[in-house]
Design a protein around this ligand. Structure first.
Ligand code: SF4
Length: 380
């Protein structure tokens, strides 16, 4: 029987395969000639059953299928995972269950099958509404496939979001303004808007693709905030924008420091102040579950000081900031006592952070230079 959880508790499932590797991507994603879907389904179920033993008192409030491209999973695999998770932990009545999808994997029935399997929210990797940019980003889908995926999502799901990458080389403010205006017309109340970053190890990095000029990047960010505020979809986190009540509840679990479990290659969990990492390589993860009955690579207890820094770093990404009462319940310490007093004073004087009655919050200006803000706040 389902019951309302005391605090949010999330489940993340990592599907590590994609149809091709995008040149900017540094996620744990791989291209495989063939995948044994039955073996993967069984491995996920075995891992869920194993890790349930140390979190049996929880009730799941959100599930996120990420990757890779989890819309390449067999819908039956998704269904078996959800049935197993519900049987083991139980679901809260308003559970959010999100699947990341790429437009190339959409056939007429695909979304309907995932909905029947239990998915109630879709996050679609559209990335751009310009054909030239899709080619530059090495995306496997065409513009038409992107539009079709959005149309099908709208017909099938009450809640869906899509991602766009901006601050691409050669993109002007006017280009982005036009593209974002179109995106807003297609949106269902949630958009994830990321600036292109060139990460070490990616094909773009090796090819020397330049990052956008710093000043233009800042102007593009400001334009984004302005347009999204006007559209009543402000940033509730640095790159995530939503209408009221359309926020991704799953991501809020990470940023607010609540517990979650991660299953699948490279996934990690936070359980009762422990950081648990799963084996990174897909084949090794599968073999370990078959042979050792566990996909876990390592775990460690998180020292209180480390936990405090993590909560400050994650919490200040959020528009609402860090809830002092929640912080205390997680660390048994007052937030103010954990901050560097002089740094805090300077940041308040400069309008970069502020206290409300219940929260410590970074201002919009403060969120733009968050690393510097955090450095000043943290007691070392
Ligand atoms: S589809 Fe997503 S996860 Fe897969 S390679 Fe491209 S960016 Fe990475």
């Amino acid at each position: 029987m389902s019951s309302q959880p005391k605090t949010p508790f999330g489940l993340y499932i990592h599907w590590p395969y994609c149809v091709s590797k995008c040149p900017y991507c540094d996620f744990n994603s791989h291209v495989a000639k063939s995948v044994d879907h039955d073996q993967w389904a069984q491995a996920f179920i075995n891992e869920l059953t194993r890790i349930h033993q140390e979190s049996a008192e929880q009730t799941i409030s959100s599930i996120f299928f990420g990757g890779g491209t989890p819309s390449l999973m067999a819908p039956q695999t998704v269904e078996s995972i959800l049935q197993t998770a519900q049987k083991l932990w139980g679901f809260s009545p308003d559970i959010e269950i999100t699947l990341e999808a790429n437009p190339t994997t959409v056939e007429t029935d695909t979304f309907a099958n995932f909905k029947s399997a239990g998915i109630n929210r879709l996050s679609i990797g559209i990335q751009s509404l310009r054909a030239k940019a899709l080619t530059f980003l090495g995306r496997a889908h065409s513009l038409e496939e992107g539009f079709r995926a959005l149309e099908l999502a709208q017909k099938t799901f009450d809640r869906y979001s899509f991602d766009l990458i901006y601050a691409r080389p050669d993109q002007t403010l006017q280009d982005w303004q036009d593209e974002l205006t179109e995106a807003l017309n297609l949106s269902a109340g949630h958009l994830s808007l990321y600036q292109l970053t060139i990460e070490p190890g990616t094909a773009f990095y090796k090819e020397g693709v330049p990052s956008v000029d710093e000043d233009l990047g800042a102007d593009l960010f400001d334009l984004t905030q302005e347009m999204m505020e006007k559209a009543h979809m402000p940033a509730y986190e640095i790159s995530n924008h939503a209408k009221s009540a359309q926020e991704s509840r799953h991501n809020l679990i990470y940023w607010q420091g609540d517990d979650y479990i991660g299953i699948g290659p490279g996934a990690h969990s936070r359980l009762s102040n422990q950081a648990i990492h799963q084996i990174y390589q897909p084949d090794l993860w599968l073999n370990a579950i078959a042979e050792k009955k566990s996909g876990e690579q390592k775990r460690k207890s998180i020292p209180t000081e480390e936990r405090i820094i993590e909560l400050i770093m994650m919490g200040l990404r959020l528009k609402e900031g860090i809830d002092c009462a929640h912080f205390k319940s997680l660390t048994h310490q007052g937030l103010k006592d954990c901050l560097e007093p002089e740094g805090l004073e300077i940041l308040i004087e400069n309008g970069l952070v502020c206290w409300t009655e219940t929260h410590l919050r970074a201002s919009p200006e403060g969120r733009k230079c968050l690393n510097g803000v955090i450095e000043k706040l943290i007691l070392v």
